[in-house]
Design a protein around this ligand. Sequence first.
Ligand SMILES: Cc1cc2nc3c(=O)[nH]c(=O)nc-3n(C[C@H](O)[C@H](O)[C@H](O)COP(=O)(O)OP(=O)(O)OC[C@H]3O[C@@H](n4cnc5c(N)ncnc54)[C@H](O)[C@@H]3O)c2cc1C
Length: 156
Amino acid sequence: MPDLERALPDFDAVKLLSVSLDRLSCWYKPGLLAIGDAAHAMSPVGGIGINLAIQDAVCTANMLAPPIRDGKSVDGLLGRVQERRMLPTRIIQGAQRTVHERVLRPVIEGKAGFGERPPLIMRLFDRFPLLRRIPGYFIGHGIRQEHVEVPAAPVA
Ligand SMILES: Cc1cc2nc3c(=O)[nH]c(=O)nc-3n(C[C@H](O)[C@H](O)[C@H](O)COP(=O)(O)OP(=O)(O)OC[C@H]3O[C@@H](n4cnc5c(N)ncnc54)[C@H](O)[C@@H]3O)c2cc1C
């Protein structure tokens, strides 16, 4: 309890975190590339926003690090990062939006029918536990996997 009082001396210390779920139509300009939440703001649903941000970063490093090391301009390549990362972004944000609309909004608005049967997909997950691995796989590995291809720079 004393720790809690020190951490939260009064209610002014409590901050609301705003949640957005949107994306830029174009992620780049000459000399600038937006990735992660800068390109596509993720909601907390599924705890997956940081995975997407890291996958964007790995994709960016794979595509841009070699030409940057060779001293070449990468402006012409920035759009390729967006092209590669747009599909997983659309799919994950679509899933988050569905949960917002079908689960969170009804609960917040007090319209959730808790007496009703759970959706079919949830009943299937309950009946066949192995099926739960499918969303787990896509949350953990991503819709489009990105593997680090660029060798790390030698430590001086
Ligand atoms: C309430 C909430 C809960 C969430 N929970 C989860 C979760 O449990 N799991 C999950 O995976 N995702 C979660 N997300 C989504 C997740 O936070 C984001 O998708 C993820 O953090 C994006 O990472 P990022 O590196 O792109 O951006 P950020 O994590 O936002 O990092 C950007 C960084 O840049 C810094 N910065 C900004 N402007 C400047 C500047 N001018 N100069 C220098 N630095 C700057 C910021 O301080 C910040 O540290 C949650 C989101 C919200 C809103």
